[in-house]
Structure formats: structure tokens, C-alpha cells
Design a protein around this ligand. Structure first.
Ligand code: FES
Length: 192
């Protein structure tokens, strides 16, 4: 038992050290070994760039997370993905959103860990503004209509967006855009 604990501690230490020495968050998205692809963003206003904007998306095993007909506007439900300890919300915003699915393209899903320093964003959804936050630690808010973009606060990175697909009435999570806070790569175990 003790040996197992020591091995886990050593693995976490080595993993953390290598990640700190070699990779920043953008690099690990590029080199993490996941099936990372480029997908076009939609719902983001034009800023005078001729080419479409792209985001990095990591594919994970498809997981059913709910049904369109069961979602009420502004009433999020929680689910875990891509790992059992990573909490997200699935919500029908009532207005079209970037990467939104469903008949109104207003159904989105986002991770609930603040990208600044990992603050908990549970129960902070504001349906009147379609935002998640403010984070209880340093007050960052994230716009769920625009791929989790930072509205205000200390965070500089958008909230990871869960990529959704629909099959009839069923909703599936199939990937993640962005890197969940605390993870060194999109396929790695949680960093200590
Ligand atoms: S941890 Fe959320 S704003 Fe700092």
C-alpha cells in the first residue's frame, strides 16, 4: 500500500516537473498526444481577419450527456467529462451561441474550473447574461455565447468548451476545446 502511494507520488512529481520545464499550456495542447484537430469557431464577431478563426480541439470518447427535450432554458445540468472528476455544465442558453447545437444552436457545455487558478464555478451561471461567474476567487466571468471568452477578471484564457453532437434528441460530448485547468495535456492524468 505504502509502495503504491510512493509510486503515485513519484509519478505526479515527475509529471509535474517535466511539464513545468518543457511545456506551456499552448504547447501541451499541441504536443499532448491527443487526437487534436483544428476546427473553425463560429459565433465570434468579425475582427477584420480574412481567414477563419480556429481553435484546438481534442477528441475524447463519445459520451451521452442528456436529451434536448429535457433541457429547460437557463437551467443547467451537471455532468463529468472527459474524466470522472471533471465537472461541466450543459445548458440551453436561449440565444444562439458559438458551437451551440440543437434547433436554435443555443445548447452548449463548459468546464466549471476557472482557467485562472482553478476556482470553482459551480452554481455561478447567470441565465440573464449567459455567463459563468464571477469566480469566487478573483471574479473572472466567462461568456458562454462566445466560446467561454473572458468578460472580466484575472483569467486570460477562455473556459474549455465541451464539443457537442446531436443524434436525434440525444446529446453527446465528443471532445474539448481548450485545456482543463490542472491538466498538463489533453490525455494526461490530473497533475498533482
Ligand atoms: S481562480 Fe478564478 S479568477 Fe482567479
Amino acid at each position: 500500500m505504502k509502495q503504491s502511494h510512493d509510486n503515485q507520488t513519484r509519478e505526479r512529481h515527475e509529471h509535474g516537473v517535466s511539464a513545468r520545464h518543457c511545456l506551456d499550456r499552448r504547447q501541451v495542447l499541441l504536443t499532448g498526444g491527443a487526437a487534436v484537430t483544428m476546427i473553425a469557431l463560429n459565433g465570434v464577431p468579425s475582427i477584420g481577419i480574412a481567414a477563419p478563426l480556429h481553435a484546438l480541439k481534442a477528441d475524447y470518447p463519445r459520451q451521452k450527456i442528456g436529451r434536448i427535450s429535457a433541457l429547460k432554458t437557463g437551467a443547467p445540468i451537471e455532468f463529468t467529462y472527459p474524466y470522472g472528476n471533471v465537472s461541466n455544465i450543459l445548458v440551453r442558453l436561449g440565444v444562439p451561441a458559438g458551437a451551440g447545437v440543437g434547433p436554435q444552436q443555443d445548447i452548449v457545455a463548459f468546464n466549471q474550473i476557472c482557467t485562472h487558478m482553478g476556482g470553482p464555478l459551480q452554481d455561478t451561471f447567470k441565465k440573464e447574461h449567459q455567463i459563468l461567474g464571477p469566480c469566487p476567487l478573483h471574479l473572472t466571468t466567462f461568456d458562454l455565447t462566445r466560446h467561454g471568452m473572458v468578460v472580466s477578471g484575472h483569467a486570460t484564457e477562455s473556459l474549455p468548451q465541451i464539443v457537442l453532437e446531436t443524434v436525434g434528441d440525444d446529446l453527446y460530448a465528443v471532445g474539448v476545446m481548450g485545456l482543463v485547468y490542472g491538466y498538463a495535456a489533453n490525455v494526461a492524468a490530473r497533475r498533482a
